[in-house]
Design a protein around this ligand. Structure first.
Ligand SMILES: [Zn+2]
Length: 428
């Protein structure tokens, strides 16, 4: 019996126990590895190995990837100054990335307290902890032109470059006469920041043009990001189309009559407030007026109800669960708590489960799909996914062949119960 086969024969409980033991060993091994790295650097053995730096030694002799090498060297140096770091790492109380983020902020006076505060926290939570202790000022509003991706085939010489907008600060109202070469990416122009959090952000800021030799970051690595700046202030980044930028400028101009000089925060904040209210009304009936009962559609023979979860139930479930996933691990009592919008029937509707607040909860997409797989089996789900794909493809074909329908026509379908909403039709 090979190792993998032995693992497949473990019970769930045995598997989790074995995994946790391995994590413990791994943490101890990492701490031990860092002790050795620190000593190698102390003795300058990497120089004897014809490497100009520890980073070169770690990547070219030890075979670490760049990020792993950076984290390990950085934390090994920290641990030489504060040996308690080795213990914290060995016990798995703070992970390597967290220690790397904390390193610039650790002093003789705060080392024990700061490590205690970071114990058990995720990377994101540690970033927030640091932002609370070492707040940074708000960043100015700005819109920057990103380097053009490869020109699509359909854009044969007729697409003009997006305008460079607004300079560095303030509104987006005026189009500049800058040329492409002026629209430098942030990575090239941003002032160096000594904090590790800033180093992380640099990766996801706009990428240099493809001919820049210094970066191997691809456009696909650029994503939305939210970076804590202080206790309750965040820097938000995303990439948008020229249409989004133009709309932002128009709304900002329209709002100027009400709130002169308002920035992106006010514009986006109020726009989101309006959109959230609209979506909550559509999906959960929040703020909607009571309406007349309509004729019943397809019914469940077991309890003679339609698939449509009544608005009153949806609203009560929303008010109870608060858009947070209600999936709970019975052993640890841990609640998932991710943002959740899927209505999940604990006893599936297809098996006679009723539409009631006792039987329906809000689950995140992942737990919604997980529950559907447990209730109906993998094969049933895969078949349903295939049918869903087929219907989507047919709908897309119809839409491309016919004129666009008004958006309002979609609202009914969007408020249907969605046992595994992304999977479609498994009555939950
Ligand atoms: Zn969940």
């Amino acid at each position: 019996m090979d190792a993998m086969e032995a693992i497949t024969k473990l019970t769930d409980s045995e598997l989790i126990t074995a995994l946790k033991e391995l994590v413990g060993h791994s943490n101890q091994l990492t701490a031990e590895l860092l002790r050795h790295l620190a000593e190698v650097e102390q003795r300058r053995l990497h120089l004897e190995a014809a490497c100009s730096s520890m980073h070169v030694y770690c990547t070219e002799v030890l075979g670490f990837d760049d990020a792993t090498a950076y984290n390990r060297i950085y934390v090994a140096r920290l641990a030489r100054r504060f040996p308690i770091v080795f213990d914290v790492l060995a016990q798995g109380r703070v992970h390597l990335t967290g220690l790397r983020l904390l390193a610039p902020h650790i002093t003789e006076d705060n080392v024990a307290e700061l490590l205690e505060a970071a114990a058990g926290k995720t990377k994101r939570q540690i970033e927030k902890l640091i932002a609370e202790r070492a707040p940074k000022p708000d960043v100015p509003d700005r819109v920057r032109k990103r380097p053009q991706p490869a020109r699509p085939a359909a854009c044969s010489g007729t697409c003009s470059p997006q305008p460079t907008l607004g300079g560095e600060v303030g509104t987006v109202g005026s189009r500049s006469e800058r040329t492409d070469s002026d629209a430098r990416p942030a990575m090239a122009t941003a002032a160096p920041d000594s904090t590790s959090a800033a180093a992380h952000v640099a990766v996801i800021e706009p990428v240099p043009p493809s001919n820049a030799p210094s970066s191997n970051v691809t456009p696909s690595a650029v994503a939305e990001s939210v970076e804590p700046r202080s206790a309750d202030r965040y820097k938000i980044e995303f990439t948008g189309s020229a249409e989004v930028v133009d709309r932002l400028a128009r709304v900002q101009a329209l709002m100027a009559h009400r709130e002169p000089g308002c920035g992106f925060e006010v514009v986006v904040g109020q726009a989101l407030e309006l959109l959230e209210a609209k979506l909550l009304k559509e999906r959960f009936g929040v703020g909607a007026k009571p309406r007349q009962a309509r004729p019943r559609r397809r019914t469940n023979s077991a309890n003679n109800t339609t698939r449509h979860v009544p608005r009153a139930v949806r609203r009560e479930v929303y008010e109870r669960d608060g858009l947070r996933c209600a999936f709970i691990d019975p052993e640890s009592a841990r609640r998932c708590g991710e943002v959740a919008v899927e209505l999940q029937h604990h006893r599936p509707y297809a098996l006679g489960g009723e539409h009631s607040t006792a039987n329906v909860s809000l689950f995140c997409k992942t737990h919604n799909a997980h529950a559907a797989r447990k209730d109906f089996g993998e094969a049933h789900i895969e078949a349903a996914v295939e049918r869903q794909r087929g219907r989507r493809a047919a709908r897309k074909a119809r839409q491309s062949a016919a004129p666009q329908q008004p958006a309002v026509a979609r609202s009914t379908a969007e408020t249907r119960p969605t046992a595994a909403a992304q999977l479609g039709l498994f009555g939950s």
